[in-house]
Design a protein around this ligand. Sequence first.
Ligand code: NAG
Ligand code: NAG
Ligand code: NAG
Ligand code: NAG
Ligand code: NAG
Length: 661
Amino acid sequence: MATTPSLAPTYDPERAAFYAPIPAGPSAARQPRPTKKLLASISFSSFFLLALILFIANQGRQGPQPKLDDLITQTPSASADSFFPARPTVEPPSRGVAQGVSEKVFRPVGGGGNLSFTWTNFMLSWQRTAYHFQPEKNWINDPNGPLYYNGWYHLFYQYNPDSAVWGNITWGHAVSMDLIHWLHLPLSVVPDQWYDINGVWSGSSTILPDGRIIMLYTGDTYDVVQVQCLAYPANLSDPLLLNWVKDPSNPVLVPPPGIGHKDFRDPTTAWLSPDGHKWRITIGSKVNKTGISLVYETKDFVKYNLLDGYLNAVPGTGMWECIDFYPASLIEANGLDTSANGQGIKHVMKASLDDDKNDYYALGTYDPINNKWIADDPELNVGIGLRYDYGKYYASKTFYDQKKQRRILWGWIRETDAEELDVLKGWSGVQSIPRTVLFDKKTGSNILQWPVEEIESLRSDIVEFNDVKLRPGSVTPLKVGSASQLDLVASFEIDHKESVEAIVGEAETGYDCPTSGGAAKRGVLGPFGVVVLADETLSELTPIYFYTAKGHNGKTETHFCADGLRSSEAADVDKIVYGSKVPVLDGEKLSIRSLVDHSIIESFAQGGRTVITSRIYPTKAIDGSARVFLFNNATGISVTASVKIWKMESADIRPFPLDQL
Ligand SMILES: *[C@@H]1O[C@H](CO)[C@@H](O)[C@H](O)[C@H]1NC(C)=O
Ligand SMILES: *[C@@H]1O[C@H](CO)[C@@H](O)[C@H](O)[C@H]1NC(C)=O
Ligand SMILES: *[C@@H]1O[C@H](CO)[C@@H](O)[C@H](O)[C@H]1NC(C)=O
Ligand SMILES: *[C@@H]1O[C@H](CO)[C@@H](O)[C@H](O)[C@H]1NC(C)=O
Ligand SMILES: *[C@@H]1O[C@H](CO)[C@@H](O)[C@H](O)[C@H]1NC(C)=O
């Protein structure tokens, strides 16, 4: 770490009164990677001891583990029959919780690690995406500090350089000119100081008016306390921002009185305070079961002042991670810089709920004088109302793209398979396709998310199907060349709309995608939609569909769902139905856009009012065997569909040729 001159005054013991690091700290920490140091920590050794005991206990119960290589057969097999005996479930150790972040191990319902299915190398390698951002290998989680600088989009991300499971968290780094094709760069911020030796966790960037770049991130200290740290590029003339300097005054913030040492993380991008001379950031936390957002004010990003009260607080929502807070224009069709406020602007607040691993947002009004954000609808406040995405999507973050005047949202798509499978695949986690975020002027009550326009540069070989009649109970195959990488746009009209009013009385009340039983459960007015990643015989399939039912007020309401129940023949992956309601205005057709990229499907209803990211693991409906269908399982209505399907090229994602600079 270079100790370049900084914005930094000296260490202020008063600020750290509630969390005093060992004085030897700063100098004791100049080693490249955390290894032995971890084990030396007392609080840590008890965790390791516990893990060791659990490990030994597990070993005792089931004898020697088979080697991972032995679990992979070399030839593709379309059969679900297991060629080796099913082994007892091996519960992977918890990851993240002991250090004070959310659980990073996914435990499929019915037990994880039950590799009863014969996964072949071919099946496993097919799961990897072709046009989503992924590192070359290993574990990835939250997007961090995204920004546009001197011709390059920068993405930093939570990364384990050592394996496909969470741990040793470091900032990975990649750049792109179009948000689609990426070049991997060397690690940027690594855990090498006493204040971040247990992990360089999530953070955000702020570009100051004078062109400087501020990066704030959460460090997990040697004794497992969450602190905020300041870093900046070593050389602003380098458009790749290859080298980063940690400020000598780090940590710049420690947990304030009343806040748990493990409940203080993920600083946001800063916005200007009303006087125009100071900056504000918000940081997520909790008090008992109330999720809260603390606001700090600073002039220099080194010394901070905690403002009174909370920007927002919602009882019962638990720890708020990765808060995002930004303005959205009610009038213009473009995005806004994070500091924009005033007439014609609403503020979006988002929190990632540690308790249920979903990203919730709400629209509201920001009063900078009283440092309060008030939800438009208190019943739909953060954590109890709308979600960005009703599938697997977490720890998201937006940034303002000054090149195209838009606000762009990134999110982490986590795995929903057994950890052992991630180790076999050699990777875990994907970043969503970046989405533009706009206020929905038509409904006035939600945002619109839409894949960035650049994704359309990957489209090729369009196939169109117009006015396809879908009678009750029908399934119609759509002939497309290859169906693992698609951009699909479909619209649906219910024939004889007036008949809906006549039969809505027969529709059920209180429909809910997750508990509905999926697309095989037929009702009068739904489901109907598309089926992707299905094999010829529909033994594996993922339906994405609408379901119209009766609301509690007796009126029709539309639900948008993605059914993963039959998405895979493997027993060791999660299979659930995702979805929620979607607003449909008078005269609108129903519309779906789905981006299919191997084991990820991102689906957008009604122009992005409701979004679902499906994390699925097909075993038969892959490669040349993947098919697309239209279906209508409603019993009471016929539907007419029109569909455009593009094949998607793969994105070019590879290491930056630094040697050619
Ligand atoms: C593991 O999977 C097999 C085959 O699907 C099943 O019979 C067994 O009950 C599962 N074990 C556990 C603990 O879930
Ligand atoms: C963390 O890094 C160390 C040293 O590189 C390595 O031995 C260890 O396996 C890593 N842990 C994880 C969980 O990746
Ligand atoms: C800063 O980056 C520029 C552009 O890459 C390079 O020419 C220059 O040598 C760098 N300066 C230092 C001090 O590394
Ligand atoms: C948190 O819960 C404890 C125990 O129930 C209670 O004593 C305390 O007052 C609560 N704190 C706040 C801020 O509500
Ligand atoms: C439609 O419902 C039938 C009967 O439940 C079911 O067998 C079929 O798989 C469903 N179609 C789709 C596309 O889910």
